[in-house]
Design a binder for this molecule. Structure first.
Ligand SMILES: Cc1cc2nc3c(=O)[nH]c(=O)nc-3n(C[C@H](O)[C@H](O)[C@H](O)COP(=O)(O)O)c2cc1C
Length: 276
């Protein structure tokens, strides 16, 4: 195998503290000629997590051609105050009323780049983000979806009541119960290499949701779309996704309303404790 990892330790910077060796999840880094190294025959075991680069206190490690100085430096204390994060998580809400303006593309790109830092099982990072970045484009897809559903009824009449209701709401009241009038849709779709794809797509969109809301955007998880595509997989072509691979969708945009307090859910989830 080629030396694709390009694992390089700068000798003038390395203080031989063992940090990269001990933190490697595959434990494939060891000393060679007094400096950390990954033997060629173990390279294929590397999962590409970059922990060696992230943990080196002196920035001596480079891997995949990435330089320590191009990473964001991290504080030794947590960057977020726990109380602020707790309030933020409790204040996250599902938005179902959107303004019609598009979100600026640079902000969408920033959110996607940040969400790409969500963990994936085994660090496969085999995700594709499909983003609808214009309100009119999502509106057209919505129309196509409704048209497609109506046409499909001739061949496959069985459609759950909530989908029939959404078609009726659109045709008779111009209400969008599927995309909630949001201007944007993001789908996270897992590729063949993702062996934890079900979790990967949900985690990536969970990160995206919190990041988006930190910028004042509203978000709506859209399993309604997944219900439809599970019933009518051929409609996945509207988004260019393979519906037999794990995927999940979330809507986003500028909110038209604001929540002024949290809901109260502390006791809604059962807690079972195992102490011995
Ligand atoms: C996996 C998942 C799928 C969801 N799908 C939809 C959806 O298709 N349409 C919708 O309006 N809300 C959807 N929601 C939003 C939930 O209804 C919402 O999270 C729940 O009512 C709690 O409200 P909150 O998010 O404001 O706390 C979904 C949420 C999750 C987690």
């Amino acid at each position: 195998m080629d030396n694709k990892l390009n694992f390089i330790v700068m000798r003038e910077k390395c203080i031989r503290c063992n940090a990269c060796i001990e933190d490697c999840p595959r434990r494939i880094i060891d000393y060679r000629d007094n400096y950390p190294d990954i033997p060629a025959h173990l390279e294929e075991q590397c999962i590409g997590c970059q922990h060696c680069l992230a943990i080196c206190p002196t920035g001596a490690v480079s891997i995949f051609g990435l330089r320590a100085e191009d990473s964001l430096p991290l504080e030794t204390t947590p960057a977020l105050a726990p109380d602020a994060l707790s309030r933020f998580v409790r204040g996250r809400r599902t938005m179902r009323q959107y303004r019609s303006e598009n979100v600026e593309r640079p902000l969408i790109d920033k959110l996607l780049a940040d969400a790409a830092h969500a963990p994936t099982g085994g660090n496969t990072c085999d995700l594709t983000f499909i983003v609808v970045d214009k309100r009119l484009a999502l509106r057209r897809i919505f129309e196509d979806l409704i048209d497609g559903l109506e046409k499909s009824i001739a061949e496959k009449p069985e459609l759950p009541e909530f989908i029939c209701k959404a078609i009726y709401a659109h045709r008779h009241s111009n209400v969008d119960e599927i995309f909630r009038g949001a201007p944007h849709l993001l789908i996270a779709s897992a590729g063949e290499k993702a062996y934890c794809g079900d979790a990967d797509v949900v985690i990536a969109l969970s990160y995206f949701e919190l990041l988006a809301q930190s910028h004042g955007l509203g978000t709506t998880w859209c399993d309604f779309l997944k219900f439809i595509l599970d019933l009518r997989p051929e409609m996945g072509k509207l988004f260019g996704i393979a519906t037999d691979r794990p995927y999940r969708a979330i809507l986003f945009g500028l909110p038209a309303v604001q929540y002024v307090r949290t809901v109260q859910r502390d006791k809604m989830v059962r807690v079972r404790t195992i102490s011995s």
